[in-house]
Each structure stands twice: as C-alpha cells, then as structure tokens.
Design a protein around this ligand. Sequence first.
Ligand code: KIV
Ligand code: ZN
Length: 511
Amino acid sequence: MQDQLIIFDTTLRDGEQAPGIALSPDDKVAIAKQLARLRVDVIEAGFAASSPGDFESVSRIAGEVAGPTIATLARTHPDDIDRAADALKAADKARIHVFISTSPIHMEQMIKMTPDEVLVAVKEGVARARTYVDDVEFSPQDATRSDPDFIIEVCRAAVAAGATTINIPDTVGYAMPDEFVELMRRVYDDVRGGNEDVIVSTHCHNDLGMAVANSLSAIHAGARQIEGAINGIGERAGNTSTEEIIMALSTRSDLFDVEIGADTTQILETSRLVSSLTGYPIQYNKAVVGKNAFAHESGIHQHGVLQNRETYEIMDPASVGHQSVLVLGKHSGRAAFADALERLGIPLEDEDFQRAFERFKELADRKGEITEQGLLAIVSEETGFNSEEMRLVALHFTGGSHDEPVATVTLDREGTEVVSTASGDGMVNAAFVALQDAYGIAATLLDYRVSPLSSGADAMAKVDVIVQVASATYSGRGVSTDVVEGSARAMIAALNKASFAHGIANGDNDG
Ligand code: KIV
Ligand code: ZN
C-alpha cells in the first residue's frame, strides 16, 4: 500500500504574509471552505496570537470548516500556545504548529537566545501544546542555515516532548535539491527513526525558484507532508505552490510512491478565489493555473493539439478545472483558424475561407492575438455579411406571480426598438430569458463569472458569460456598476455573436 502524502496548505498564514495582503476573517473563511473542497489535509488558518483578526479567523475556520485538520502557528511562548489552543477549541481535528529559530544568525540577532535556551524552549513549548491537542507540529526556523547536528538535537527533543510532525523549513529559500535531500534524509533517519507516528515534513520558500523542486525531492528522503500556498504566495518570492505539488504528484505518479487525497478539479477555482481576494494577480505563464498554462499559439503546436491533445499537454486541462485554448495569433495555421470558426458555428468554405484566412494572417502579424470579436469582424469584412447587432437601451424589473421577478429589456437594432418581457428564477435569469426571446435564440449558459474591477460603493463589476447555441459556443463580457445590468450586457455580447454566426450559417450573406 502506498503512503499518504499530507498536503498542508498555509495560504492563510504564510501566504497571507506576502507584502500587501490583508484578508478579513470573512475572506479567510471563504478561502478555507474552498480549500476544504480542494480536499487538502491540513489548513494552517493563521497565527492566532499575532492579532485579534487572526485569532477570529482561526476560531471561525475551526468552527465552520469541516474536513481538513485546522492548524495555527505559535511561538514556543506559553501565551502563544494558550491562545492557539483557545482559537482551535471548535475544531474537530486541531493542530498546534510550534516554531523557533535555530540558525546562528536568527538566534544571535533576532531572538537573542543561546542554543541551550532554544532547546529548553522547544521542550517546554511542545509539551505545553500537547496538553491541549494530540497533534503537534514542530519547525526549526531557518533550518537550512542551521547546524545540522543542532537541528537533529532540537527535533529529537521536540519528538520526546510529544511532537507528531517534524517540519523542516527552508525559510529563506537557500537550499539546492541535493543538499536539501541530504538534510531531510538525516532528519528522517536520526529523528524519526523507526517511530511510525512521526511525520517528516517540508516547508520551502522560493527565493531561488527551488521551492517546488526541493519539496518534491524530499519525498524521496521520506517526507510525507509538504507545506505550500495556493498560487505560491508568501513572504518575498513566496512558498511552494500547493497546486504545483498536487499536479506534479498526480502527473508523475510513476516517480512518487505516495497517494494524495486532493480533488484536482477544484484547483483553478481555488486559485482564482485566492487571487481575487488577495489582489495578487496570477502570472500568465504560471504553471497549472496561469491563463496560458494550456494555451497554444504556434501553428505546429496547434496542429498537434487538434490531432491529439497529448502531443503538447502533459495534464488534461479539465483535470484542474481549466480548458485548452488555441490562441489565434501570427503563428497559427489553417487548422486552428478552421477550428475557431467551427467553434463559433461559422461554416466558411472555399474562397470565403481562403480570403478570411489571409486577412487573419495579415492582421495577426500586426496585432498579435486575434480575439473572438476580431475573428467575427474579419469574417464580416470578407463575406460582406453584417449582422444587425442589438444594444441595450433599458432594463426594468417588476415582481411577478409567486414572487418571481419579471424583466423587461428594451434593445435597439439599427434604430428599431425591440422589447421583450420574461420572468425567471432571479433577476439575472429573468433578464437572460427575455434577451433570448428578443433574439429568437435558445442559449445554454455554460459559464458565468462576476469579478470586481474596483472597490467602494459604486464599484464596477465585470461579468463574463459563455453560452452554447446548437454545438457552438460564444463568450460575452459586460461591465457595469450593477451586476444584473453587467450580466445582461454580457449576454447581449454573446447573443450578438451567435446571431451573426447564425446569419452566416443560414446563408443570409448570399444577397
Ligand atoms: O518559513 C518558515 O520558516 C516558516 C515557519 C514558521 C514554519 O514559515
Ligand atoms: Zn515560511
């Protein structure tokens, strides 16, 4: 039987220590609930003694989030440990994570303690934590710049005092994989020994870009817990990315003899939530969750992916909640261009196709990426077909029977007013039904996302929709201070495209 690898997520503690991030208790509860859906094993919910806000967050998560073990960080001070225990009272499974620095520079300059004093503090701190919970983790901070013999001595003392997890932090992201494995192997052999109740763990920072590599290498040295943060956020260059660890282990299960319990399909949702609540953007080319992680632009790659996704994709994008995207740009070839038209339900053939393709190449050379809207403009230009786009004039609601809202949309089609009324299950739904009636198009909503564009009372919201009409899909975006109006605008943008494609497919451009 394979060992279980424990995924310990510290987005809400170390991740939140990233400069400029300040999550409210509500934000933290929302992220913790999503981490529980991702099925991480341990959520480090905060550092309870560090502020009243962190104490409240840890207590609320302990009481409101079921599934994972809930942990909080604590120094070896008795007050920290008592506060940690207090915050964790409501948790079904609680862990106190005790830490103290062990490197010469930290002991001399920061905590002003001798190695002997540190040793005593570890014994007392861990033993005190054990009076409250059975699950105690101990970390020697700055382990990779500490004397390895001292690390072993301190960690042995922690185990003797009752620690059940020994976590080795590369606090300043200094270690290289080979030396980190050597240290982890020593800890595994000399601290854990034959004691199967002790788990050896890693906690790596990314200052030299080694965090994920170091954490994974440690598995070969016996580590059975990896600590990380979603999107790799954290102090300075951040922590090990939780999502990269999960996907490395599931993609290369041939190399790692461990099992994980995570639900990979929740990865993208978790990443987006953390990004929107922390305000930390995700770099386009970020592994696993970046916008371009499954995007292909060159003609050769696009051709390959259209034949068989696995030619250039080692992970199924759907397995992380993502999707493959063929970006239409100057490197794209005919196959990708035809595929994009087909996805929009536009059956261009022969000369029309050739002309549109040439125009596309010409524009892509100058503009870089060609969007769905750009593609429709090219097709319109080259086929001479112009659909009559509609635009929103007014949107009103009244209450209908059974309290269902009734939406009345007024649209303008080239100077002619089109009015449509419909009821629905909620205001957005009522507006969507009225709009579909106005266009005479039945659309299935595949995706609906609202993201804030600014904060404050008159905050702007961006709404993105993807709808399916017959076998084609269309996206639309709307921006407004009112989410319902933004939603209607997004639906109108998508339905304008659908109506255009529908016109071409029906040969309306012949005359
Ligand atoms: O990086 C670090 O050393 C830490 C410890 C507190 C575990 O975050
Ligand atoms: Zn850290």
